[in-house]
Design a protein around this ligand. Structure first.
Ligand SMILES: *[C@@H]1O[C@H](CO)[C@@H](O)[C@H](O)[C@H]1NC(C)=O
Ligand SMILES: *[C@@H]1O[C@H](CO)[C@@H](O)[C@H](O)[C@H]1NC(C)=O
Ligand SMILES: *[C@@H]1O[C@H](CO)[C@@H](O)[C@H](O)[C@H]1NC(C)=O
Ligand SMILES: *[C@@H]1O[C@H](CO)[C@@H](O)[C@H](O)[C@H]1NC(C)=O
Ligand SMILES: *[C@@H]1O[C@H](CO)[C@@H](O)[C@H](O)[C@H]1NC(C)=O
Length: 725
């Protein structure tokens, strides 16, 4: 605006000093940039490409930074104090009388200093290269920001001995053998991942003989290093603004600025498969190659911090070496934990390899390669990855009783519930992409293509804010259903998706447990199952977000006074029965975790516009009434009439209870009456057992018409009716 004014007014009234409102070019001795004026007062390079001043990191928190002026969002290339930001009031940067750049916080404490040793600095200037320098009166550079890079190298900014690019736990630096490397330098381990430690540096075209340790990105898009590394941007050539940035995800990328829309294009990256970056999934975590990547925990382990994969997984058991404990192995196909071998043997059988690991208490897992019979036992598990290219399998050592527990994932019979320890297996990636890392990535300009990948994952299942759902449902205005411990509301998300929001009462799960459960349900995706899009867990507020299914539940079309146009034709009933069976089969056999629904009934079978069946409420069995202590009927999962005899008999609950309930529903679909609430034949109450016998008899004698819903007036397919039984 100021510029525009100048252009218009300047020719008319040339005497008016116009430049006062313009960004400054020079900071002189004794003058300051103050944080309150960060929008008006900052330094710019003469060519306008770069700006330097206070950059708002978040609410009222600032860093003293340099950024690209013309990128879509301010792309920060250097920060004096990213790790210890200053207050949005009272902070300032001053070129002191001693010739140093001094950043002071609100109370006057020095947060950072750009020190010149001679004390002769008279001006701070931002050069066209993006280099902030302190000069003396002769123009000599006494201090420069190029000497103290953060996570980015600009063209002509050398990376030399003793200088590192740092981003989180990741480092780009010259190693002691003069080779330029990427290293994960975490709280527990340090691990080099580029160039891959599996090869000698010579094999990847590097040399350790040149000790000058100097790497620089030139103005044409070549990044050349004294260890013979030579990289060319895909759009090499002069005239394009570039940067080389070490991302929060540990990948080193070269970016080119698209000047027409201010976006960044990745023109080179060091790591093609993200799982080759070490430390991404933390200790005990496993990284899986996808188009992008995702993290998971091995069986028997759970995420240490549900918001941060970097902290990895922790075992759900404690190993006691002084105690005789029985361990077994769970196989993880084509998986390895790189490095940290305890023992190494060649040409041994898998049996022998397992025995080696069992004999060593500290052994946590082994990797075995069939064929060559290579056996590596591991004490600690780092850098885990799964890849179809890995020619071996990993076997995780877990207590025997734990594996037994794991397979009994089932309904919540009463107060007691079995929480499968491996519930976390692979599932939490969604949470991972949905929360903190997503935030970090989005702020650090990850390449568009990758961003799209993350968006895709996150848009399918994510955590919602309570505020968001309250807005989407118009403050929970439109109630569309109600259960014993929940109310369902209709809502519309910002992206126009219509949703059903289920508000749960009496959920006493801890946040963490709730997340784990939800993320498992959220991964289940089948056309005959109602899709869960996310959840919200904020204190007492526990809500589930589902796709909205247009037509109502099946019971509305079967029982009571159903109007003629609502009455389901035989073909529709057949389709619904088949769809329900498909959905159940998927739940029982095909999804990652074996899920028993425990409450199959017409009320839980929703119908789409095309009368396709979608089963609702699956996976919720484990959430209900978890910590109640009394044992009575109300704490049982399920609905009287559809409940299998196992419930009453106290025998083990498994997928068969759903099959039983499905059988009842099927009979109801065929007969059009509530079999679950007692059966009347010729006005007489009969028991289910007798009824089934009668049906068998009818089937045998061939006249099935008597049991089919009379409202169909005989319009049905006898073959299908018989098969359906
Ligand atoms: C000044 O403020 C900073 C950050 O707000 C704080 O860390 C520091 O201890 C304060 N110093 C004094 C002397 O109060
Ligand atoms: C070592 O690398 C530097 C910088 O890339 C180069 O100028 C120099 O010629 C190299 N020295 C040898 C002996 O190759
Ligand atoms: C730069 O952005 C414009 C506008 O979005 C787009 O049309 C163009 O294709 C982009 N150029 C490159 C090289 O991606
Ligand atoms: C390990 O087991 C022994 C023997 O059962 C027991 O005395 C000891 O307290 C246990 N130690 C730990 C750390 O659980
Ligand atoms: C495996 O190698 C270790 C030494 O690393 C040795 O003690 C052990 O006997 C070997 N085991 C087998 C089965 O060969």
């Amino acid at each position: 605006m100021a510029k525009l004014l100048c252009l218009v007014i300047l020719p008319l009234i040339t005497i008016l000093p116009c430049s006062y409102a313009l960004p400054q070019l020079t900071l002189r001795t004794g003058s300051s940039l103050s944080v309150e004026e960060h929008e008006q007062t900052f330094l710019t390079s003469r060519n306008g490409d770069f700006s330097c001043g206070f950059y708002e990191i978040g609410g009222n928190v600032f860093s003293f930074s340099i950024w690209f002026t013309n990128s879509k969002e301010k792309t920060v290339v250097w920060s004096a104090n990213a790790k210890s930001p200053v207050n949005g009031h009272g902070s300032k940067v001053t070129l002191s009388r001693e010739g140093n750049l001094v950043l002071t916080d609100v109370n006057g404490t020095v947060n950072w200093e750009g020190r010149t040793s001679s004390g002769k600095g008279t001006a701070a200037v931002l050069l066209d290269t993006g280099n902030l320098v302190i000069r003396d009166s002769t123009g000599a550079k006494l201090w420069q920001s190029f000497w103290e890079p953060t996570d980015t190298l600009l063209p002509l900014q050398p990376l030399t001995k003793g200088i590192r690019l740092v981003s989180g736990y990741y480092n780009l630096y010259f190693d002691n053998d003069n080779v330029l490397r990427l290293m994960y330098d975490g709280p527990e381990i340090s691990s080099i991942y580029w160039p891959s430690a599996e090869y000698k540096s010579f094999d990847v075209g590097r040399t350790s003989y040149n000790s000058s340790r100097n790497a620089v990105l030139d103005t044409e898009g070549y990044f050349l290093s004294s260890d013979l590394l030579s990289i060319k941007a895909s759009d090499w050539g002069a005239g394009i603004k570039r940067r080389l940035t070490l991302g929060y995800d540990g990948n080193l990328r070269m970016y080119s600025l698209n000047e027409s829309d201010g976006s960044w294009i990745v023109s080179w990256q060091a790591i093609a498969k993200m799982c080759d970056v070490h430390g991404l999934c933390g200790k005990n975590g496993i990284c899986e190659f996808l188009p992008s990547f995702r993290c998971s925990c091995p069986p028997g382990y759970t995420m240490r911090d549900p918001t941060n994969w970097g902290r990895g997984c922790q075992p759900l058991f404690s190993k006691n070496c002084s105690k005789e404990e029985e361990f077994v192995f769970v196989k993880l196909a084509q998986t390895d934990f790189y490095g940290f071998d305890l023992t190494y043997n060649q040409s041994v059988s898998l049996q022998e390899c397992k025995k080696t690991c069992l004999d060593i208490c500290s052994c946590s897992a082994l990797t075995y390669k069939t064929g060559s019979g290579l056996c590596y036992t591991k004490a600690v598990l780092f850098n885990g990855f799964s890849s179809p290219n890995f020619p071996g399998d990993n076997y995780i050592k877990v207590p025997k009783n734990m594996v037994a527990k794991q397979s009994s994932l089932s309904c919540n019979r009463s107060a007691e519930i079995v929480l499968g320890p491996a519930t976390v297996l692979g599932a939490l990636v969604l949470i991972f992409t949905g929360t903190s890392w997503w935030f970090l990535y989005s702020r650090n300009n990850i390449p568009k293509s990758m961003e799209a990948g993350y968006r895709m994952v996150t848009s399918q299942f994510r955590m919602f804010m309570y505020r968001e759902l309250r807005e989407a449902t118009g403050k929970f205005k439109e109630e569309i259903g109600r259960g014993a411990s929940s109310i369902v509301y209709r809502g519309v998300l910002e992206d126009k998706r219509v949703i059903a929001v289920k508000r749960l009462a009496n959920i006493s799960h801890s946040e963490e447990e709730f997340w784990v459960e939800m993320s498992i349900i959220g991964r289940i995706n089948h056309m005959n199952l109602v899709r869960m899009w996310g959840f919200c867990s904020e204190g007492q507020h526990k809500l589930l977000v589902y796709e909205y299914v247009e037509n109502e539940s099946l019971d509305k079309y079967l029982f009571g006074n159903v109007s003629a146009e609502r009455l389901l034709a035989w073909s529709q009933r057949f389709k619904i029965a088949l769809g329900t069976a498909r959905g159940l089969a998927y739940l029982h056999h095909e999804c990652l975790e074996w899920v028993v629904h425990c409450d199959i009934k017409p009320e839980n079978i929703l119908l789409t516009r095309d009368f396709e069946a979608k089963i609702a409420d699956f996976g919720l069995a484990k959430l209900s009434q978890r910590d109640s202590t009394s044992l009575n009927f109300t704490h049982m999962r399920g609905t009287m009439g559809y409940m299998a005899p196992e419930w009453a008999l106290n025998s083990p609950i498994n997928a068969k209870v759903d099959v039983y309930s499905y059988g009842i529903v099927l009979l109801e679909i065929v007969t059009g009456s509530r079999i679950s609430s007692g059966i009347k034949v010729d006005g007489k109450d009969v028991e289910l057992r007798e009824f089934v016998q009668a049906v068998r008899h009818i089937l045998a004698s061939g006249d099935i018409k008597d049991i089919i819903d009379s409202r169909l007036n005989g319009h049905f397919n006898p073959e299908q009716a018989k098969d359906g039984d």
